[in-house]
Design a protein around this ligand. Structure first.
Ligand code: ZN
Length: 517
């Protein structure tokens, strides 16, 4: 076990060095440095991969009794060690099935693809990205096939989903997403017939320096420990862990959009708090990790939406925001601001979407990914398919003549350029997990929203630590959910939350097609 822990530690250090280089690439790397950086990353990923697949690891796992059939190993071992074995076994099995040459070539292709995507998005030029996209689809399909998917009851896409959400397949997701699509498109239609809130005060200039200064205060306010992390700017907001006491988040700034920067910070802080909250006994091991991408997303979206877009939260925080922008927010009340940040207005951009239409952006991507990986949709046809689903689900037209037709369409997200097919569903599954957890939270701490109004997050942080963070990735997502809530994953708690909140905000009558008030 000691030798396995040593291998785990070394692998983890390598992973974090890779993450540091990637973080730098997304934040400060000058454009001409990209090609060399891709070489560096490919080299390190190759080294990390070889470390992981050394026959010694397999031998040690076997000696501890951890096999594909019994991944938790010898029953006489302590529970913590058995969970450690399960995670190591899974990681080893995944890695050992990928040839080293394939891993190195994939990493290099990924670096180049990401750079090509950034340029293509900037130039609104899908054609320039297309060859890279084809390569990334090939790599994803090949990877899933190496793992044994695609020749039985489990599809290639199931194999990709399994990376992010162990145990969850496309059939199960399709059922959950169908329920969401129907009720959310119905609600969206009703809301679009209602009077929108006044958001005119947001159509002003909010200088980037002031936004950045406010975001530092905001992180302090919600309890982000800046001695253990930092905030920077990047094209696409993200969180990355460079060590147990070094969690980086990023946001993006537009002088004409105050909310984008703020809500990305709250969202990424939710991820970071999870990473910072793993208990000491998991520290430095592979168990100090999120249970899955969707469980991670349940944390970020809980902070962003359930807390960050609630009335009590802004009762507490709004005075601080108004102090930061005294001219722009003169005469704006907390209630006014609360209504504005919950404006339901379908837009083309996923990361700026409201809570009602957000899931529809993800369902669109899920359906297109499924088709791309299954070979049912040619990459050349992707922009047209994107436009069609945007019209169908969001009721929006993307004019092909627009100078941002691809930039604000099919090129808006970084995921596919990195080969991260199967990742998008995590965002919505995260909403579902999050609202099931919130129901439990409400039972345990009925006054949690009042505490948020007072800027007092201590009991909330403790609850999250004691209930969710404490497990790290010791449990698979479905087990974790059952342990906390006693239930399997369901769409209803999320849909009930959305319909109640937005029904009240927009005075939508349940079951009827009109609004009043
Ligand atoms: Zn996230």
């Amino acid at each position: 076990m000691e030798k396995l822990h040593a291998i785990d530690r070394e692998y983890r250090h390598l992973e974090r060095v890779i993450a540091a280089l990637q973080w730098d690439q997304e934040t400060y790397l000058p454009p001409r440095g990209v090609e060399e950086r891709a070489e560096q990353l490919a080299l390190l990923e190759g080294i990390a991969h070889r470390r992981l697949i050394e026959p010694e690891t397999g031998k040690l796992l076997a000696e501890a009794g951890a096999s594909a059939e019994n991944p938790r190993g010898d029953e006489s071992l302590p529970a913590l060690e058995r969970d450690f074995l399960r995670v190591m076994r899974r990681r080893y099995d995944r890695a050992v099935k990928l040839p080293p040459d394939f891993v190195t070539a994939s990493a290099r292709a990924e670096g180049l693809s990401q750079a090509a995507w950034a340029a293509a998005r900037h130039n609104n030029d899908f054609a320039a990205f297309l060859p890279h996209l084809k390569t990334m689809i090939d790599i994803a399909r090949t990877k899933a096939a190496y793992w044994g998917f695609g020749n039985g009851s489990q599809t290639l896409y199931d194999g990709l989903l399994d990376i992010y959400e162990p145990g969850m397949g496309e059939a199960e997701i399709s059922v959950l997403f169908a329920a969401l699509r129907d009720r959310l498109t119905a609600l969206l239609k009703k809301i679009q017939g209602c009077a929108p809130p006044d958001t005119s005060f947001l159509q002003q200039t909010f200088p980037i320096e002031q936004q950045a200064a406010f975001n530092q205060k905001l992180m302090d306010y919600i309890g982000f420990d800046c001695r253990r992390g930092r905030l920077d700017a990047s094209a696409h907001p993200f969180t990355t862990t460079l060590g147990p006491d070094d969690i980086r988040i990023t946001t993006r700034y537009f002088p004409g959009n105050l909310l984008s920067g703020i809500f990305s910070v709250i969202h990424e802080s939710g991820h970071a708090l999870y990473e910072m909250g793993f208990p000491p006994e998991l520290r430095g091991t592979c168990l100090a990790d999120g249970a899955s991408m969707a469980i991670h997303e349940s944390q970020s979206r809980f902070w962003e939406n359930v807390i960050g877009r609630s009335r009590p939260f802004w009762d507490g925080l709004f005075p601080l925001l108004r102090d930061s922008f005294p001219e722009q927010l003169a005469g704006v009340s907390a209630e006014h601001f609360y209504r504005a940040v919950n404006e339901v207005k379908p837009s083309l951009i996923r990361v700026d979407a409201d809570e009602v239409s957000y899931s529809l952006h993800v369902i669109l991507r899920f359906e297109l990914e499924q088709q791309l990986i299954a070979g049912a949709l040619e990459p050349e046809e992707l922009p047209a398919a994107w436009r069609e689903k945007t019209r169908e689900y969001l009721g929006l037209e993307i004019e092909t003549s627009s100078p941002r037709s691809d930039a604000d369409g099919v090129l808006q997200d970084i995921h596919w350029s990195m080969g991260s097919f199967g990742y998008f569903p995590s965002y919505v599954l995260g909403n579902l997990y999050g609202l099931q957890f919130t129901r439990k939270l409400r039972q345990d701490i009925p006054e949690f929203e009042n505490l948020a109004a007072a800027g007092n997050f201590a009991s909330l942080h403790n609850w999250l630590k004691d209930t969710i963070y404490r497990w790290g990735c010791r449990l698979e997502p479905a087990e974790l959910l059952r342990k906390i809530t006693g239930e399997p994953l369901r769409a209803e708690p999320f849909l009930d939350y959305i319909e109640t909140k937005y029904g009240a905000l927009y005075h939508v009558d349940k079951g009827q097609n009109f609004c009043h008030g």
